[in-house]
Design a protein around this ligand. Structure first.
Ligand SMILES: NC(=O)c1ccc[n+]([C@@H]2O[C@H](COP(=O)([O-])OP(=O)(O)OC[C@H]3O[C@@H](n4cnc5c(N)ncnc54)[C@H](OP(=O)(O)O)[C@@H]3O)[C@@H](O)[C@H]2O)c1
Length: 330
């Protein structure tokens, strides 16, 4: 499928400079959107509950307001709340204060794709989802670079939804890397799949299983950690910068022979079937429903699974390895 990629020339950033913008939720993503847009000359206000995000917004020179207050003032509302609570915050503080002509902007499609948020017909609903963490979105902008963003239009009540989305994406620096047009459904489903199968779930399970295999066979935990976890970054950096073939050019022939003859033994047919099942659960809404039910019923299972991986031999070995390199201790 051919992708439509937009650049700076396709957008009208000066027009956004005349639009009051509010970032709702000053966390990882929200802070980066707010700071980048402000540095791009856009007038940004912050809607944030009392607490850590509120204090950070003040430290960054904003005068944060309550969420219902900014919703009444701004024309473009960038919702950057955690996915699991955005629905209930929207119900209480955003939805009741919306007026015709406003634009609801999302940084991820979850709540629209799964209908936890159902905006009225009289607002535009758009998404600009940068493909990376907020810290990188901010630091790359400051370096004069950017990270790619996915852009989508769910509802175009005004007839100007795309113009606004493009200007927002340019304002956060993403046009420097490319603004790719997609849909809320494709962004959400591919994002969840990537994080469950590779970026978070896959990598956690793979490195834990490999680490434990070496330790169970009698190797020192620190050695196992160095080989199966710590060095991952170096190989991932090569993959990021050069692709698979480019990465293989930079590793030894022994490493590459092991790669091409052994990799599919680890991730074989069984894993592919598991991936298909995970994708089916994402597409059928089963995962989203399970996650929101878990959050709304108190999150006990989530907390105990999180705790299970704390203070393990894997984590202790990691601490020992990182202690060798104090510069890693940010
Ligand atoms: N983490 C990333 O860089 C990243 C990357 C890609 C996409 N995203 C997407 O960006 C969105 C925001 O995620 P995030 O990681 O940036 O969120 P976050 O940092 O965990 O939190 C965002 C903000 O929401 C506020 N908040 C949390 N619970 C709230 C509640 N019940 N009522 C009102 N405000 C509440 C927090 O306030 P307090 O400070 O008071 O807790 C915080 O300021 C999500 O859709 C996520 O999928 C995030």
């Amino acid at each position: 499928m051919a992708l439509t990629v937009y650049r700076e020339r396709d957008a009208n950033l000066p027009k956004l400079r005349n639009t009051p913008v509010a970032v709702v939720g000053y966390g990882n993503q929200g802070r980066a959107h707010a700071l980048n847009l402000r540095d791009s000359g856009v007038s940004v206000s912050i809607g944030q509950r009392e607490g850590a995000g509120f204090r950070q917004a003040e430290l960054d020179g904003f005068e944060p307001m309550s969420i219902d207050q900014v919703v009444q003032q701004a024309d473009l509302l960038i919702i950057s709340l955690p996915d699991e609570c955005a629905g209930e915050v929207y119900e209480k503080l955003v939805g009741p204060n919306l007026r015709p002509g406003q634009v609801l902007g999302f940084v991820h499609g979850f709540n629209i794709r799964y209908s936890f948020i159902k905006p009225p017909d009289h607002v535009d609903v758009i998404m600009v989802a940068p493909k990376g963490p907020g810290t990188l979105l901010r630091s790359s902008y400051e370096e004069g670079k950017g990270i790619p963003a996915l852009m989508a239009i769910h509802q175009d009540a005004s007839g100007h939804a795309k113009r606004i989305a493009l200007a927002w994406a340019v304002g956060i620096g993403s046009a420097r890397a490319g603004i790719i047009e997609t849909t809320f459904a494709a962004e959400t489903e591919a994002d969840l799949f990537g994080e469950q199968v590779v970026l978070c779930g896959g990598i956690s399970a793979l490195t834990k299983a490999a680490f434990e295999t070496l330790v169970d066979a009698g190797y020192a935990p620190e050695l196992a950690y160095l080989e199966c976890v710590h060095e991952l970054k170096q190989v991932v950096d090569l993959l990021y910068e050069r692709g698979l073939s480019g990465m293989r050019e930079k590793i030894s022939n022994t490493a590459e022979y092991g790669d091409v003859t052994r990799g599919t033994r680890v991730i074989g047919e069984e894993s592919r079937q598991a991936m298909k099942k995970i994708l089916a659960d994402i597409r059928s809404d089963q995962f989203a429903k399970e996650w929101i039910d878990e959050y709304r019923s108190g999150g006990e299972t989530f907390r105990s699974l999180h705790k299970k991986d704390e203070d393990t031999l894997y984590e202790q070995a990691g601490e020992q390895v990182r202690a060798l390199m104090p510069w890693l201790n940010k």
